[in-house]
Design a protein around this ligand. Structure first.
Ligand code: QAP
Ligand code: CO
Length: 213
């Protein structure tokens, strides 16, 4: 399994409408394994294929509670540590191995291929969302509180599930990615522009630092 780079807003690829998967093959499963590892590595709870630059209708998810604890704070310190430990690969790998061991203890990953929301509740819910493609920013999004999802599982078998709570929210957030939508698109133009500017500035500073090194 390989950790793949996660693309971030305002990368235009995030606006792509992803294509249905024709057959859940070993290649599809290899991609899903990579996506899951990439998501765990970044302390995420959900990831769509387009976030690693692959325009296929695939989502991976793990919302198990122990894993979710304080993921934002953890991801930030982790990002810093990783930058500092850039030339200390052994330490980084050891930390990674430990993180994996901890995660695997109660791992409950979910895989969704060609997912379709076939029902949504009239009742809505506000949830504070984040996104691995919008690092460091969180805001409330209102979405249907429950939904029913039809999809193909890891083995390519058709499934249908009723979703509620964080699962319902996360599914709808990830479904948006398959249709070229990020959660910022649900916020005001002003907020969206502000976040995009901040991310662009951070990106420039990173590039400058790399150039000086
Ligand atoms: C989508 O998002 C989601 O900014 C999944 O610094 C999130 O996994 C749907 C993350 C919440 C519903 C509610 C974001 C990690 C992870 C960050 C994620 C960060 C570290 C986001
Ligand atoms: Co997202």
């Amino acid at each position: 399994m390989t950790i793949r780079p996660i693309i971030e807003v305002p990368d235009p690829r995030l606006k792509t409408i992803s294509e249905p998967v024709v057959e859940v093959s070993d290649a599809t499963r290899a991609l899903m394994d990579d996506m899951l590892e990439t998501m765990y590595h970044a302390n995420g709870i959900g990831l769509a294929a387009i976030q690693v630059g692959v325009a296929e209708r695939i989502i991976v998810m793990d919302i198990s509670p122990s894993y979710r604890e304080d993921d934002a704070a953890e991801a930030e310190t982790e990002a810093e540590t990783e930058v500092e430990a850039e030339d200390d690969k052994d330490d980084e790998e050891a930390a990674e191995a430990r993180r994996w061991r901890d995660l695997l203890k109660d791992e409950k990953p979910r895989f969704f291929v060609n997912p379709e929301i076939i029902w949504t509740a009239d009742e809505t819910r506000n949830y504070q969302e984040g996104c691995l493609s919008v690092p460091g920013f969180y805001d409330d999004v209102e979405r249907p509180a429950q939904c029913t999802l039809r999809f193909l599982d890891y083995d390519g078998a058709p499934q249908e599930i009723d979703c509620d709570g964080l699962l319902a929210t996360c599914i709808q957030h990830e479904m948006d990615h398959l249709n070229g939508i990020v959660f910022l698109d649900h916020l005001s133009r002003l907020k969206r522009q502000m976040v995009i500017k901040k991310l662009q500035k951070a990106e420039r500073e990173k590039a400058d630092q790399a150039a000086q090194a």
